[in-house]
Ligand binder design. Structure first.
Ligand code: F6P
Length: 518
């Protein structure tokens, strides 16, 4: 197991503290003017992805210091421990093996002496077989009609990932309609039920523990609704489950043959690559689901084998630590320029904030530095007509991730050109800002000098703001898998540098206990 180290006691943390003073009067714009190759120098490629991090307060020396910090914090050893299935979730004594779910090399990894590849393969085959039966119409509802609607009942990691991906990959979906029920709000459940035909609906109850109040209450309500309209044995044809808790599922009334497995070595928010992704596989077909896994595996292999200077998630993680702990930013905005990715931010909020919202380190000692950031965002260009004002002219600096695609899905290049023009314009505006002189020049013909002087301060943008740009050729199951896995590894890297356990979530427990009391 890799060593626990207090980051603030490392040499490179101290060196970065010194180094940051170079950025006090620092103009990103000047750096671009002085070095026309800056964008090229700080852009990395991975297959059809280009990751441009040139608009950060960094130089080559900064990256060198980052690398030194990763060495002192044992990032390499931590990566090996992650991929080899060591129990790096120490507080729960669990391995963290979501990467194994998208690995097709059949590597011999054991957890508690049990080889996991046969289990993963068996689960994939079961998923494949079931999705084929549903999509082809071979699986019939109680009255002999094929299934045309699926409803995922789950919450947190058992909802956000599948919902986000099914929405994102709508272009690739088949004839099945999908719905997601997560909130305990009965009105929301009813709203979905009102749209369903009991004869042709399949409910998928997804709960790793099968003890989550929201999910079990919603599942019971849906079962009651079904049984009001159908014979008792209809449950077998209209309910399946994804869980580690076979007994509780069977007690609920779902046949053991209709249980898709999950394992303790996959955390809820990292689980959509497992059978938790059943609604994804049903919506886009098993082959496309495998392509989604392959995309993630490409990011895994890149993360595992690429040296620091060219390692995208390692750099993403270190940039975030740099901004947070040295340049004092506390929030990060994520702006996908794709309406299909409208659920991405909600998904990433759980990934980042449930993972890294910790204030004790891996030794249980309180940390004396900032950890997990507040993540927010929404799709561009909508965000531009909403909260972007604060990013451009507010008092807080907020690093932004722009995510875009070279080609549209349906081929409408007019819309896409305008969309991407905005993508480029926003990151450029954040970088360049608008000086007094520029504002003055642009207002020259707008009235008398007095009025211009009055308005001038309001129209100045300081610029010099940090952003990253991710551009893929096109939104596909493969590129989406890659993008998500890169973010997962960013979270991991941050957790290693912050010396915290990114894989437990005790913080959500107290509220659950109190809700029972209330
Ligand atoms: O309350 C948080 C949480 O434990 C998440 O981590 C998890 O994704 C979610 O609840 C759902 O848990 P389960 O899949 O066991 O129902």
């Amino acid at each position: 197991m890799f060593q626990n180290t207090k980051p603030t006691q490392t040499k490179h943390w101290e060196k970065l503290q010194e180094h940051k003073t170079n950025f006090e009067d620092f103009s990103l714009k000047n750096l671009f003017n002085e070095n026309p190759d800056r964008e090229k120098q700080f852009t990395l490629r991975l297959e059809n992805l280009s990751f441009n991090f040139s608009k950060n307060r960094i130089t080559e020396t900064t990256l060198h210091l980052f690398e030194g910090l990763t060495k002192e914090m044992h990032l390499e050893e931590a990566k090996q421990a992650l991929f080899n299935g060591e129990k790096i979730n120490t507080t729960e004594n669990r391995a963290v093996l979501h990467t194994a779910l998208r690995d097709f090399s059949n590597r011999r990894i054991k957890v508690d002496g049990v080889a996991i590849y046969p289990l993963i393969n068996e689960a994939r085959n079961k998923l494949k077989d079931f999705t084929k039966q549903i999509i082809s119409g071979k699986w019939k509802g109680f009255s002999g009609k094929p299934i045309d609607t699926i409803v995922n009942i789950g919450i947190g990691g058992s909802d956000l990932g599948p919902k986000m991906v099914v929405e994102a990959l709508d272009y690739y979906t088949n004839h099945l309609n999908s719905y997601f029920i997560s909130n305990i709000d009965g009105d929301a459940t009813k709203r979905v039920l009102n749209k369903l035909n009991p004869e042709t609906t399949l409910f998928i109850v997804v709960s790793k523990t099968f003890t989550t109040v929201e999910t079990l209450t919603n599942a019971s309500t849906c079962k009651k609704w079904l049984l009001e309209k159908c014979p008792k044995d209809a449950v077998q044809k209209h309910f399946v489950a994804v869980s580690t808790n076979t007994k509780a599922v069977v007690d609920f009334g779902i046949e053991s043959a209709s249980i898709f497995p999950m394992w303790d070595w996959v955390g809820g928010r990292y689980s959509m690559w497992s059978s938790v992704g059943l609604s994804i596989a049903l919506s886009i077909g098993y082959e496309a689901f495998e392509s989604f896994l392959q995309g993630a595996n490409t990011a895994d292999q890149h993360f595992k084998h690429t040296p620091f200077r060219k390692n995208i998630p390692a750099i993403m993680g270190l940039l975030s630590v740099w901004n947070t702990n040295f340049l004092n930013t506390r929030t990060e905005a994520i702006l996908p320029y794709s309406e299909a990715l409208r659920e991405l931010v909600a998904y990433l909020q759980q990934l980042f904030m449930e993972s890294n919202g910790k204030s004790v380190d891996r030794d249980g000692d309180p940390v004396n530095y900032a950890t997990g950031n507040v993540i927010f965002g929404s799709t561009g260009t909508n965000a531009q007509h909403s909260f972007m004002q604060l990013i451009h002219q507010g008092t807080d600096e907020i690093p932004v991730d722009f995510i875009g695609f070279d080609s549209p899905l349906y081929g409408d290049s007019k819309h896409h050109d305008i969309l991407m023009a905005n993508f480029y314009a926003q990151s450029q505006a954040l970088l360049e800002g608008k000086t007094k002189e520029e504002v003055h020049l642009s207002m020259k013909f707008e009235g008398d000098q007095k009025k211009i002087n009055q308005l001038l301060p309001f129209k100045v943008f300081t610029g010099n703001k940090v952003s990253n740009s991710f551009i893929f050729d096109k939104l596909t199951p493969y590129t989406l898998g890659m993008l998500i896995a890169l973010y997962e590894h960013k979270v991991f890297v941050q957790g290693i540098i912050w010396n915290i356990n990114s894989f437990d979530q005790f913080g959500v427990e107290l509220g659950k206990e109190l809700a029972k009391r209330f």
